[in-house]
Ligand binder design. Structure first.
Ligand code: XMP
Length: 394
């Protein structure tokens, strides 16, 4: 594979040389998450300037179970020395109680960069290297969402605000190009094949109000289901947590159910519908939507799942107040204060995505794991493609 008409080794040599030329004899701070982009960016810098790169894993408090330790070990196996900095108290004190998706993302970004500013000062680093790739800044500048790592393209002057200049060696590249470079650099396959995990982590999967107990429940069920989620034939699969939704109905919902009955061929009154309290994100054309999600239940959930593609094709015409639809997979249990949604998508570029079919058997195994956490009362399978939904909920 060539990158912009150059062989990979030539392209990498050029990147390494240009990093060396830009930073001269300065120190460079690197924030590494264990994702492919930040790892490649830090590793290229390490190739360029060796020990003058100061690599850190920032524990934001929104990481998955054991993620910090596992990532540290993987990076050290590559030969990249890395330190861990625990900033979770700062993140929690600013984020607990916040509800709005964009506000959460903006606060996260602020605390993230304040933490980096402190570390850059401690390490006497004039630069911060980060793994921003082309779709990150395209989506942020297009106001689809605030990526936690996009600054310069928004006109934020990092020198004045945080005391470091930015180094973004991958900013013109797309995911498949970064993957090719990572393979060439012999980055471990656990990192190259790792599913994307958003910078703000579990924050954007703890949908709506950020509460410590809700976050802990999400972290717990995510760990319980990790292996089973990997069995779904998907590019990305994860769980998100919500407050238990309320049962609801309306004229548009009954029209929607009528259409479903036609599609699926079930009559009768066996349907229940639930409105989630939280708003969730979607995309319409080039802009971002922030609106409601509807849950549907029928004891033959298998039939709803079998016809999911026809249902989601029909729903935007009938259901004007909702941008996502999820099928309740389990019989709801009375106790418990949260609902969990299983999100799985197939995609090549993450700009559009479809929802894969999952056998009811596998879904039930996942539900069984999730229900081990007594805080959870309902489990849904989200059947909405991108568009109209986004992959994440916030
Ligand atoms: P959406 O939700 O916009 O997600 O359809 C597209 C892809 O991007 C990932 N994602 C992020 N990655 N920082 C990241 O590094 C972020 O803030 C962020 N938000 C979403 C998402 O997981 C999916 O793979």
């Amino acid at each position: 594979m060539k990158i912009y008409d150059k062989e990979i080794h030539e392209y990498v040599d050029e990147l390494v040389n240009s990093i060396r030329k830009v930073v001269e004899d300065s120190n460079v701070l690197a924030a590494v998450s264990g994702g492919i982009d930040s790892t490649v960016a830090a590793y290229l810098t390490w190739l360029a300037i060796g020990d003058r790169v100061k690599a850190y894993i920032i524990n934001t408090g929104f990481m998955r179970e054991d993620e910090v330790e596992t990532t540290k070990a993987l990076l050290e196996n590559m030969g990249l020395p890395v330190k861990v900095y625990d900033a979770s108290d700062a993140f929690y004190s600013s984020l607990l109680g916040k509800k709005d998706a964009e506000e959460k993302r903006k606060i996260f970004r602020e605390i993230f960069y304040e933490t980096l500013a402190k570390l850059a000062k401690d390490e006497n680093a004039q630069y911060l290297v980060q793994g921003t790739i082309a779709p990150d800044w395209i989506e942020t500048v297009g106001k689809i969402k605030t990526q936690h790592n996009v600054l310069a393209q928004l006109g934020i002057k990092t020198e004045e605000k945080y005391g470091f200049s930015l180094l973004e060696p991958l900013a013109n590249l797309y995911k498949d190009q970064v993957r090719a470079i990572a393979n060439y650099l012999k980055v471990p396959k656990e990192i190259i094949e790792r599913q994307p995990f958003p910078g703000p982590g579990l924050l954007v999967r703890c949908v709506g109000e950020v509460e410590l107990d809700k976050l802990k429940a999400l972290r717990n069920v995510t760990a319980l289901c990790q292996d089973l989620l990997m069995k779904i034939d998907a590019s990305q699969s994860f769980l998100a947590i919500f407050r238990k939704p309320r049962m609801t109905t309306s004229k548009e919902i009954s029209d929607f159910i009528k259409e479903i009955k036609n599609i699926v061929g079930i009559g009768g009154r066996g349907f229940k519908t639930f409105e989630f309290y939280e708003n969730v994100t979607g995309v319409k054309g080039d802009s971002r939507e922030y609106s409601k999600m509807l849950g549907i239940y029928h004891k033959e959930s298998e039939l709803l799942l079998k016809h999911k593609d026809e249902i989601v094709k029909m729903f935007p015409k009938v259901l004007k107040s909702y941008i996502r639809v999820a099928v309740l997979v389990s019989e709801p249990r009375p106790a418990g204060k949260y609902a969990v949604s299983i999100r799985a998508v197939k995609t090549s570029d993450f700009m559009t995505a479809s929802v894969p079919e999952v056998s009811i058997d596998l879904l039930q195994q996942i539900v069984e794991q999730i229900m081990k956490d007594i805080r959870i009362t309902q489990v849904y399978y989200d059947i909405t493609p991108k568009p109209p939904a986004t992959i994440e909920y916030e």
